[in-house]
Design a protein around this ligand. Structure first.
Ligand SMILES: *Cc1c(COP(=O)(O)O)cnc(C)c1O
Length: 409
């Protein structure tokens, strides 16, 4: 089975929450407040999310992509604005910028497989409005450096937490460090409701705007007099009570899932340590990563290739969806309508462009990198092999043995 750890651990808890909704008759997130049958699953999820993550505000949405759009809209990022994002990420980090009419400017990654702070600085222009660091593969970016650069140049920071639900960086949960953050509840993420997402922020105004954009411009929870009080146009990215119920049950499992992942990863990593010809990616906060994956970094691309051929895997560089070189949606395109996007406007006259191999450092790292699944089993990430959240110690040891054998051959 492919999917994230939450999808492997569906059970009675999710069933009970969903039955609660079905028996109540209330499917819409807005119900009659004084009716005790209305269970407020979406609102409860948002409240418990803020308590779990430590953010002041949260809006549940229909996807991570939608959440990124809410962040961009709330921050007022639009036509002609540049947003710096890494070349190694899911297409949604880039396409959401295009959909906001803004310009994605791609930056290199470093050996943590997250955005390289040195390279961010080189790409700042007078048009730059925001940095979009992506906590890839459950591993937070070097947020101290990212935040210092943002402060120095007066840029907003949108954390893409879609692959790092629950991660933390120096004691703070991912998604509480920048101005805003986007989370995903898709089936390949830490926890899941099939699809879904969350916007998080500590800023009241940004929350209000994000909430309005996800609804039809309404104030949070549609409280108060609405007509004459809607300050933003919205897109309806709401979730319903059934999705909210599943998300709530999964959220309550988050910390136990992370605990299991970290233990399983530690066992596997220990077994693979000290082998020749490879090491592991840099982890910016070893205590804070989600441990959804183990990324092996071979000394050369040739070693990675040879290992993968024997093991039936692929290096990250050609494992599909998350590498800019493989994103035909943007390659060879300039900006505006050239993206084939009816919404993107042709206002921008800059020179951003998207070519294969425009990020040589990223290419070098990804050609040497191989993803082993710990909890996220996803061929699209190059992690079709490895272990999962239900693997036993014997299964972990068996995988380690086969891995070491393939390396030594
Ligand atoms: C999954 C993902 C998204 C988009 O999330 P969806 O819920 O699938 O829309 C955005 N960014 C990254 C890094 C992701 O992995």
């Amino acid at each position: 089975m492919a999917g994230g750890p939450g999808s492997y651990l569906f059970g009675e808890e999710e069933k009970r929450e969903v039955m609660d909704v079905l028996e109540s008759g209330y499917l819409f997130r807005y119900g009659q407040a004084d009716d005790p049958r209305f269970k407020r699953k979406v609102a409860t999820f948002e409240k418990e999310f803020t308590e779990t993550i430590g953010a002041r505000y949260a809006v549940a949405t229909n996807s991570g992509t939608g959440s990124l759009l809410c962040c961009l809209a709330a921050l007022g990022i639009g036509a002609g604005d540049e947003v710096i994002a890494p070349g190694y990420t899911f297409i949604a980090s880039i396409s959401s910028i295009v959909l906001a009419n803004a310009i994605p400017v791609l930056a290199e990654i470093d050996s943590s497989l997250t955005i390289d702070p040195d390279d961010i600085e080189k790409r700042i222009t007078p048009r730059t409005k925001a940095i979009l660091p992506v906590h890839m593969l459950g591993n937070p970016c070097d947020m101290d450096r990212v935040m210092a650069i943002a402060k120095k140049h007066n840029l907003a920071v949108i954390e893409d937490c879609c692959q790092s639900f629950g991660a933390s960086y120096k004691g703070k949960r991912a998604g509480t460090i920048g101005d805003m953050a986007a989370f995903s509840l898709n089936v390949f993420k830490t926890i899941t409701s099939g699809d879904g997402g969350v916007v998080a922020t500590n800023n009241r105004d940004l929350h209000e705007r994000a909430f309005g954009f996800h609804d039809q411009g309404h104030k949070p929870d549609r409280m108060g007099v609405e007509v004459g009080n809607r300050s933003i146009i919205g897109m309806n990215m709401r979730i319903n009570e059934v999705t909210g119920a599943i998300a709530l049950a999964q959220l309550r499992k988050l910390d136990s899932i992370l605990d299991v992942l970290r233990k399983k990863k530690a066992r596997l990593k220990k077994k693979l340590e000290g082998g020749t010809g490879y090491g592991f990616r840099k982890i910016n906060d070893p205590d804070g990563e989600c441990a959804t994956l183990l990324t092996v970094l071979f000394d050369t691309a040739e070693l990675a290739e040879r290992f993968c051929a024997r093991f039936g895997m692929r290096p990250i560089a050609d494992s599909g969806w998350h590498v800019y070189n493989n994103m035909e949606q943007i390659l060879g395109k300039k900006t505006g309508r050239a993206f084939n996007c009816p919404y993107a406007c042709p206002v921008y006259k800059g020179d951003a462009e998207y070519r294969k191999h425009m990020l040589p450092r990223t290419d070098d790292i990804l050609a040497r990198a191989v993803n082993v699944s710990i909890g996220v089993v996803d061929k699209g990430l190059g992690a079709g092999a490895g272990i999962n959240v239900t693997s036993t110690d014997a299964e972990i040891d068996d995988f380690a043995e086969r891995f070491l054998k393939a390396v030594s051959e």
